[in-house]
Design a binder for this molecule. Structure first.
Ligand code: SF4
Ligand code: SF4
Length: 163
């Protein structure tokens, strides 16, 4: 059994190697009881999406693409995000749940396994203050699963033009 000093040294080594989560982490989304990451509780945010994702949502809502973008999309520099309600909730957060769940954008699917969050254990632990799904004891997520989510997220960001 490694003592605390050994564990700290190992954590530091993995952090330096860029894969501090080698032993996996714990996470299970607490929706529908929780919807914090979709709500305005954390202030303004962006839900970036690609043209294909916009088309998917428009089709799901049975709307013309142009009408959908006029109503739900804002341009930020050269990329596009969903708009927010006046209280900063995502425009598609309804009754505590996602009203377009089946066609939600990539970043909604990959959270909290975003490169910015997974870059260091301190950031991951800080994120836990905002996401009650982080750290759920009986919900291990392996390093391989994390890497897969990170790759899906990066590909989504590239398609959305923000990376
Ligand atoms: S904040 Fe975390 S637990 Fe809550 S809905 Fe988002 S991912 Fe799920
Ligand atoms: S699209 Fe759905 S999952 Fe994504 S932020 Fe909005 S309500 Fe949440």
């Amino acid at each position: 059994m490694p003592d605390r000093k050994d564990k700290a040294a190992e954590m530091l080594r993995l952090k330096r190697a860029g894969r501090w989560y080698e032993q996996g982490v714990h996470f299970r989304c607490q929706a529908p009881e929780c919807s914090q990451c979709c709500s305005g509780q954390r202030g303004e945010g962006y839900v970036w999406l690609s043209a294909e994702e916009m088309q998917n949502i428009a089709s799901f809502l049975d709307m013309e693409f142009e009408k959908f973008t006029r109503r739900y999309i804002r341009q930020i520099d050269y990329a596009y995000s969903l708009i927010e309600k006046p209280n900063k909730d995502c425009v598609f957060l309804e009754n505590g749940g996602c009203s377009i769940y089946d066609v939600r954008p990539t970043q909604c699917r990959t959270y909290p396994f975003w490169p910015d969050i997974m870059r260091a254990p301190e950031v991951w632990h800080r994120e836990a203050e905002q996401c009650p799904g982080i750290g759920v004891e009986d919900a291990p997520v392996s390093a391989e699963e994390i890497d897969e989510q990170l790759e899906i997220d990066r590909a989504g960001r590239r398609r959305a033009g923000i990376e």
